[in-house]
Write a new protein. Structure first.
Lengths: 108, 113
């Protein structure tokens, strides 16, 4: 079965510290990988996808096929980054499987 | 600016009731999805539809059914609500073929008592 693993339920850092949210996925074919974010009282929204190879709000994520990982990184965390983050991979046609999510808390 | 609308933000229903959760999107998307979101379990797919009157079971379809009579509307039906269906329900839509950039609704928090 396809699987996405986010080992940390909660990650707490201070403002200005580096952040890395871990994501590992089950290997099958050539999946697309995504990060979605849900800020407090807002709807879940797409943060970035690996095929775009872009940086959004200072976040980047590199697909490592050897380690089947897609960790989300930001060099200097901001308080407004506090949110729930979900990693997701594609499977079949147009479907995504999501990880269990990591709550990021950034303290002032 | 709202693109995926879920009719209720909060809903409280009694055990055994038939419950309808409505979702409407105005982006002309072919794909529509229903997920439930639970702490520690993430998002789990209940049902998926890629066209009018077409539906496909997700990972946890038991106790649920869906209806898609019009392209813009996708309804989730709890035939006989139970307490273990207390959850946050999220609707999403996406374009066929470019299907991974989901647009989510704001969610319906359902409590079954």
């Amino acid at each position: 079965a396809q699987r996405v693993t986010q080992p940390e339920k909660l990650l707490s850092v201070f403002k200005g510290a580096p952040v890395e949210l871990k994501c590992n996925y089950s290997y099958s074919g050539s999946p697309e990988l995504f990060w979605y974010v849900q800020y407090s009282r807002q709807r879940l929204q797409l943060l970035l996808r690996h095929i775009s190879r872009e940086s959004i709000k200072g976040f980047t994520a590199d697909l490592n096929k050897g380690e089947t990982s897609f960790h989300l990184k930001k060099p200097f965390a901001q308080e407004e980054d506090s949110a729930m983050y979900y990693c997701a991979r594609s499977y079949n046609t147009d479907k995504l499987i999501f990880g269990t999510g990591t709550r990021l808390q950034v303290f002032p | 600016d709202v693109k995926v609308t879920q009719s209720s933000r909060y809903l409280v229903k009694r055990t055994g009731e038939k419950v309808f959760l409505e979702c409407v999107q105005d982006m002309d998307h072919e794909n529509m999805f229903w997920y439930r979101q639970d702490p520690g379990l993430g998002l789990r797919l209940i049902y998926f539809s890629y066209d009018v009157k077409m539906k496909e079971k997700g990972d946890i379809p038991e106790g649920y059914s869906v209806s898609r009579e019009k392209k813009e509307r996708f309804s989730l039906i709890l035939e006989s609500a139970s307490t273990n269906q207390t959850s946050m329900y999220l609707c999403a839509s996406s374009l066929l073929g470019d299907g991974y950039g989901y647009t989510f609704g704001s969610g319906t928090r359902l409590t079954v008592v």
